[in-house]
Design a protein around this ligand. Structure first.
Ligand code: 48F
Length: 260
């Protein structure tokens, strides 16, 4: 026998739990912008280290560029050591393709990165667009984000945002490095130079993206393809090993910095 459900009670249940979430996550240790491979990898390791971690994603879905893979073919490629990490820490199954390359099912990778992050304690806020950063001076630092609903942003209707304070903000927005770009454009005194991504050179790009992952200024970090946009590095196309390694690296750097 079905229960009698009051429409108002449905609304109340949603509003009360959503407001509790937004209330509790208006101040976090780490706010990651973008639920692509680098952002989700970072979220897992940060949450596992006990940091209050929020991932803000403007789509209503996880995965960023993983799902589109290589021109919509249902397979992506990773290489060592990311292959080992994906297998060991996330339980993603690999198909050995030779020459050090492993094929991965993109749907499995998206699902497992998301599940592991959530189980480690990271929270995901979907359908929310990051529009700006919060900054403080003496000394200059990034202290959080200004956000609003993606639907509002798409409608082009002006509303004021709401704020999320964070000890560390991570730009994991991919090729456009949107968070670093807005911080640089609106605050020229920060002296952040966005050098722009270069053309493809896979092996060099894979190494350099991980090497240059890290702090852009106090409170602001960059991971994934956003690293290439900030530091003028080549792109690597549909090979994803460095996205995993970069996400892990940025988590390690932030864990170290927040413990100081
Ligand atoms: O693009 P994306 O997958 O970034 P990534 O983690 O990985 C790049 C690879 O997918 C691929 C590649 C390397 O093999 O070339 O492209 O660096 O994920 C970025 C996510 O950020 C979201 C966007 O919807 C996507 O899911 N995003 C971008 N800008 C914003 C944002 C924003 N302003 N607010 C909220 N989310």
């Amino acid at each position: 026998m079905g229960i009698s459900i009051s429409e108002a009670r449905i609304t109340q249940a949603i509003v009360r739990s959503a407001m509790k979430f937004l209330d509790e996550y208006s101040r976090v240790d780490v706010a990651i912008v973008g639920a692509g491979p680098s952002g989700m990898t970072a979220a897992y390791y940060l949450a596992k280290a006990g940091l209050r971690t929020l991932v803000i994603e403007r789509r209503f879905s996880f995965g960023g560029g993983i799902g589109g893979a290589a021109s919509h073919l249902p397979s992506i490629v990773v290489e060592y050591p990311a292959s080992e990490i994906l297998s060991r820490d996330f339980g993603v199954r690999l198909q050995d393709m030779g020459d050090g390359l492993f094929a991965v099912d993109p749907a499995e990778m998206i699902a497992k990165l998301a599940v592991k992050g959530i189980e480690a304690g990271a929270k995901f806020l979907l359908g929310v667009h990051v529009d700006d950063v919060i900054y403080k001076d003496n000394p200059p630092r990034i202290a959080g984000l200004a956000v609003y609903w993606s639907t509002v942003q798409m409608a082009g209707v002006h509303t004021d945002p709401f704020f999320i304070e964070a000890k560390a903000v991570v730009d994991a927005t991919g090729h456009d490095a949107e968070v670093v770009a807005v911080a640089a454009r609106k605050n020229p005194e920060f002296g952040i130079e966005l050098r722009g991504e270069r053309s493809a050179y896979a092996s060099t790009a894979e190494d350099l993206v991980v090497k240059y992952t890290g702090k852009v200024m106090e409170g602001l970090y960059v991971t994934g393809m956003a690293v290439a946009a900030v530091h003028g590095l080549p792109r690597m196309g549909p090979i994803f090993g460095s996205m995993i390694m970069s996400g892990k690296r940025v988590a390690e750097i932030i864990i170290d910095d927040l413990r100081k």
